[in-house]
Design a protein around this ligand. Sequence first.
Ligand code: 13P
Ligand code: SF4
Length: 333
Amino acid sequence: MTLEIKDLLHKLDALLVAHFYQRDEVVALAHLCGDSLELSRKASQSPKNLIVFCGVAFMGQSVKVLAPQKRVIMPKMACCSMARMIDSEYFDRSIATLESYGIPKEDIFPITYINSNADVKAKVAKMGGLVCTSANAKKIFDYAKSKQKKIFFLPDKCLGQNLAIADGKTSCIIGNASKEEVLGSDVICYDGFCSVHQLFSVSDVEFYRQKYPDIQIVVHPECDPSVVSIADFVGSTSQIISYVQSLPLEQKVAVGTEFNLVNRLRPKLNGINTTFVLSASKPECPTMNETTLQDVLDCLRAYEDNMPINEVFLDDDTQHWAKIALDRMLELS
Ligand code: 13P
Ligand code: SF4
């Protein structure tokens, strides 16, 4: 199967792209592997016209938004559960709630995490806002602060709260907070979250620290603020990889992110494992794990037969405005 996939990729002059959370066998075949920021940038700038994207839907969409002339197909049209927690209607309703509290629309600066669909990115751009990823969130947050408006951060409440805490700003969650709390907060977060990163808890950190007092705790910023605030290192998937791989192999590390990535991080030391998943349960992103080599092959065969499956298409308005939101981010990062 692997040989046939390679042959078809060559014949179709296609770029096979995989997020770090994909299964090992998919990552092993990919021409390009990375975090959300790297993948959207590098895949859209690639000279190849056909992008075969193994990841979740918003990632394939981001490539199409940035490079509309390319054909983007996805072996599985898998959805990030966090991205599905908001759509353009929920976005409008949130803005209407803030307006009903007396905050004029012009005084709201929206930032959407890249884990959102293109229609939401388009809405954010129309209000003057932009996208961030976990890799550039601090830079984008600093830019947003310079606008001296209320920041509306969506959809990930954890990333929004973590940015606010790190900067000494007040934050609240729309829907949970009272009108007074909303009015008194610098950052208003939408009530979305990642079900995978919710699995990591303070008791997991305590468990590992008790077992190995010199262990380092490394987490993704989609984790709950209670966990992020006691971690030794917080970063995007590529930042986690660079950081952990820069540590001596004797240094024990417990990592709070998706298990496929964690399991590939480091070899054992003389047969002894020094890299742990920071959870008693398996932190598996079910939709990222849906894509198999058979799906990649089926998708390539269908494309070759002129019957493409799971091709990414966007309407012109969404395409235009979502690109503005992503371009604003890329200019700053
Ligand atoms: P990265 O941008 O760090 O790759 O994160 C994407 C993601 O979905 C994490 O859950
Ligand atoms: Fe979405 Fe969470 Fe999966 Fe990342 S790990 S793709 S945020 S559901």
